[in-house]
Ligand binder design. Structure first.
Ligand SMILES: Cc1cc2nc3c(=O)[nH]c(=O)nc-3n(C[C@H](O)[C@H](O)[C@H](O)COP(=O)(O)O)c2cc1C
Length: 202
C-alpha cells in the first residue's frame, strides 16, 4: 500500500467534522461569536449534557473562553449561511461581529443568539491543550433550549447538517491554510493544563 502524503491525509481528516455551530463568548462587556465544525456530544448521561469543541488559539474567542470558562454553543438551522459568513471569516478583535445580530445575554452573561435551532449555555468543565488549539469540555445543564412540543424528540432533521456545511468548507480551508501554525511553533507544543475549578464541579 502506498504511504499517503500529508495533504492527502489532511483530506481524509476533513471527513471528521461536526455540524457547523456558532460559539459565543463574553469578557468584561466585550462579546464575540465564531463558527466551529469541531463540536461533539461529550456525555452519555442525559442529566449531565456536555459538549466539547476545539478552538484554535489564534482566534479571539479562544482567549475569551479560556479566561472566563464560559461559552454558548448554538446548533444552527439549515439556512443560516449569512451568519456563518459573518462570524466565521473575520475576527472579533477588530470589530463587534454581533452588532446587528439579534441576541440577548443568557444566564451566564454570554450572548445567546435569538435565531438558532437550539443553544447550550456552557461552563467549562475541563480543557485539553492540543498545541494549536484548546479542546473545551463544557457542561450545559440546565441551560439548554430548543424548539419544544409534546411530540418533539430532538430528531426532526432541522439543525444544519454537515452536507450543507460543505458549501462553506472550501472557503474555510483557504482561511485555515493562511493561518495554520507550523508544526514546530504550534501543534507540537502541547502542555499539561489543569483546569481551574476542576474539583469543584457538581
Ligand atoms: C465552516 C467553518 C468551520 C470552522 N471551524 C472552526 C473550529 O472548529 N475551530 C476554530 O477554532 N475555528 C473554526 N472556524 C474559524 C473561526 O470561526 C474563524 O477563525 C473566526 O473568524 C474566529 O473569530 P474570532 O477571532 O472572533 O474568535 C471555522 C470557520 C468556518 C467557516
Amino acid at each position: 500500500m502506498p504511504i499517503l502524503q500529508p495533504d492527502q491525509i489532511y483530506q481524509l481528516l476533513r471527513n471528521l467534522t461536526s455540524p457547523v455551530v456558532a460559539i459565543t463568548s463574553e469578557r468584561g462587556g466585550k462579546r464575540n461569536g465564531m463558527i466551529a465544525d469541531s463540536a461533539v456530544r461529550a456525555s452519555i448521561v442525559p442529566a449531565i449534557p456536555r459538549v466539547s469543541v476545539y478552538v484554535h488559539k489564534f482566534n479571539y474567542s479562544h482567549d475569551l473562553i479560556f479566561e472566563t470558562g464560559r461559552y454558548v454553543l448554538h446548533l444552527l438551522r439549515d439556512d443560516q449561511f449569512e451568519l456563518i459568513h459573518r462570524l466565521g471569516f473575520t475576527s472579533g478583535r477588530a470589530r463587534d461581529k454581533l452588532a446587528g445580530v439579534p441576541h440577548r445575554a443568557g444566564t451566564l452573561g454570554v450572548p445567546v443568539l435569538d435565531d438558532c435551532y437550539a443553544h447550550f449555555e456552557c461552563r467549562v468543565a475541563n480543557v485539553m491543550d492540543t498545541g494549536s488549539s484548546t479542546c473545551f469540555l463544557g457542561t450545559s445543564w440546565p441551560w439548554v433550549t430548543a424548539p419544544r412540543s409534546p411530540e418533539w424528540n430532538g430528531d426532526d432533521g432541522r439543525p444544519l447538517p454537515r452536507k450543507h456545511a460543505g458549501r462553506v468548507a472550501g472557503e474555510y480551508e483557504a482561511l485555515l491554510r493562511a493561518r495554520r501554525p507550523t508544526p514546530r511553533s504550534g501543534s507540537r507544543d502541547i502542555r499539561p493544563v489543569v483546569w481551574r475549578g476542576l474539583h469543584a464541579l457538581e
